[in-house]
Design a protein around this ligand. Structure first.
Ligand code: ADP
Length: 480
């Protein structure tokens, strides 16, 4: 089976969050299921720099007004098709905006171009390679499904995956004439969305299957609270909706072989964590003592509950704990966390920024990871934490609810507990969870049992890749 994936990020070339990890890991996992994946990504500078020998397999004189070509190359085992359109993608800054965090004002055009190129590849193939199925990720690629549906590749099955419903790609109605779609694409069954243009919405009505990244999130987005305006549409297509949990790339995230940590270790020899713990303390200027180190590796945003962490950090310190934070995001939250670190030297350390190697050391050296998200489609950091023996303390939402087993008495008694799960996602419950964490950490045997149970849990891509492959096969059978 030949599959075209379209994504705006892919690890290890360009990453702002979990989407990149998934787009980078799924092709390898699907290969084991007999699915050959080629991934179309934008030609950002970080991507072009890694291409080496690349062949142009398609050219445009004017794609949304810009000269463009599609380059084929293999990088780190990933079979890539890169949309090289310098007017759109050769920019300093992030994939979606400048260094100051402001979105590019032509994002509607940049990602319509990516999607158009995806639909063109679906229709014509490249150099004799034509996909049997197309799988696109999030709003940046969702329009691929709309271009396919209203173009020559209408019969090719298309899957749209929602990694986060909060980001929808909403623009004015005024851009519609420039999108190159036929007039019938405008309307409630097309790209029109509350009087404007909705990219994710257009993808969701055009897809043959909608997937999201955990079973619980698939249920939650059917409600007004989590549906973000799309719950009506999603409920109308519930027979097409699937929740498939993300996996972990077990080669990249393996404490026994990880070259980015101070000392490798395994579930059988947890003592190896001590060297990582010390390295983490040094790195964040934390006191060397036996108090539990909580870590946070996160976008610093309301979704992630990071506003609640300012008070919670004070509480953690008052209870005797320590905190190491790595993240970036909302400037007031960054400032507030840095302020807390200033007030509590030796107990709280904060690094603002994005640092992939440091995130590995934190999982290896931290005792617990705090994830008080208000919503969490899947969440990957709790999965990495489980694998590294860093006990997750999570809000009971989305993928967090699906992946962590709360240390209630029954679970502890059965040796099944892997973390602490609290609800609702509010400050009071978070404080309560911190109290439980401090208590549990004091019971060394119970704590190690939790670490080992988490490390034993299998969150590799194996099961999920099989589910995707089954879905693709069912869609192809339906289309035949
Ligand atoms: P989201 O995609 O919503 O940001 P996920 O938990 O699904 O959240 O994925 C986040 C990914 O980004 C994980 O791989 C995490 O380790 C990584 N990450 C987040 N913030 C940072 C940071 N500041 N430095 C390094 N890695 C980070």
């Amino acid at each position: 089976m030949k599959l075209l994936s379209v994504a705006s990020e892919i690890y290890p070339l360009i990453k702002t969050g979990g989407l990149a990890d998934v787009a980078g890991a799924l092709p390898g996992a699907l290969a084991g299921q007999g699915v050959q994946v080629r991934t179309l990504v934008p030609g950002y500078p970080a991507v072009i720099a890694r291409l080496g020998k690349a062949k142009a397999v398609r050219r445009y004189d004017a794609l949304f007004g810009a000269g463009a070509s599609v380059l084929a190359a293999t990088v780190d085992g990933l079979d890539l098709l890169v949309l090289d359109a310098p007017d759109f993608f050769a920019r300093e800054g992030g994939p979606y905006g400048d260094h100051g965090g402001n979105d590019w004002n032509d994002n509607w055009r940049r990602f319509a171009a990516l999607s158009r190129a995806g639909a063109d590849i679906a229709a014509d193939g490249v150099k004799g390679w034509r996909p049997d199925i197309v799988h696109v990720h999030d709003w940046q690629a969702a329009m691929t499904a709309a271009y396919m549906r209203f173009g020559p590749a209408a019969q090719v099955p298309k899957v749209v995956t929602i990694h986060n419903l909060a980001f929808q790609g909403r623009y004015s109605a005024g851009i519609f004439p420039d999108l190159g779609l036929p007039p019938e694409a405008w309307g409630v069954d097309g790209v029109e969305y509350y009087g404007g243009t909705g990219y994710l919405k257009a993808g969701l009505v055009s897809a043959d299957a909608i997937t999201t990244v955990s079973p619980t999130y698939a249920q939650e987005i059917r409600s007004a609270v989590h549906g973000m305006g799309l719950d009506g549409l999603i409920n109308g297509r519930v027979d097409r909706l699937h929740g498939i949990l993300n996996g972990v790339d077990t080669d990249i995230w393996n404490p026994a072989t990880d070259g980015l940590i101070a000392k490798p270790y395994s579930a059988r020899a947890l003592g190896g964590r001590a060297a990582n713990r010390r390295a983490l303390e040094r790195r964040f200027g934390l006191d060397h003592d036996g108090a539990p180190i909580c870590i946070i590796v996160s976008r610093l945003t309301w979704q992630k509950g990071m506003d609640m962490m300012i008070d919670a950090a004070e509480h953690l310190v008052a209870m005797g704990g320590k905190l190491a934070v790595l993240g970036s995001g909302d400037h007031p939250l960054e400032g507030a966390l840095l302020g807390a670190a200033d007030r509590h030297r030796g107990r709280i350390g904060v690094q603002i920024g994005y640092d992939e190697p440091l995130s590995h050391l934190m999982q290896a050296g931290g005792d617990a990871i705090l994830i008080p998200s208000r919503f969490e489609p899947c969440g990957l950091t709790q999965l990495y934490a489980l694998r590294y023996g860093c006990v997750p303390v999570v809000a009971r939402v989305g993928g967090l609810a699906d992946t962590v087993i709360d240390a209630n008495e029954a679970a502890v008694g059965a040796g099944a507990a892997t973390g602490i799960v609290f609800m609702p996602s509010d400050p009071l419950a978070l404080h309560g969870a911190i109290n439980r964490l401090i208590d549990l950490h004091g019971d060394k045997l119970a704590w190690q049992a939790m670490q080992r149970a988490g490390m034993r849990a299998d969150f590799s891509w194996r099961h999920s890749a099989a589910k995707y492959a089954d879905l693709y096969r069912a869609l192809m059978a339906e289309a035949a």
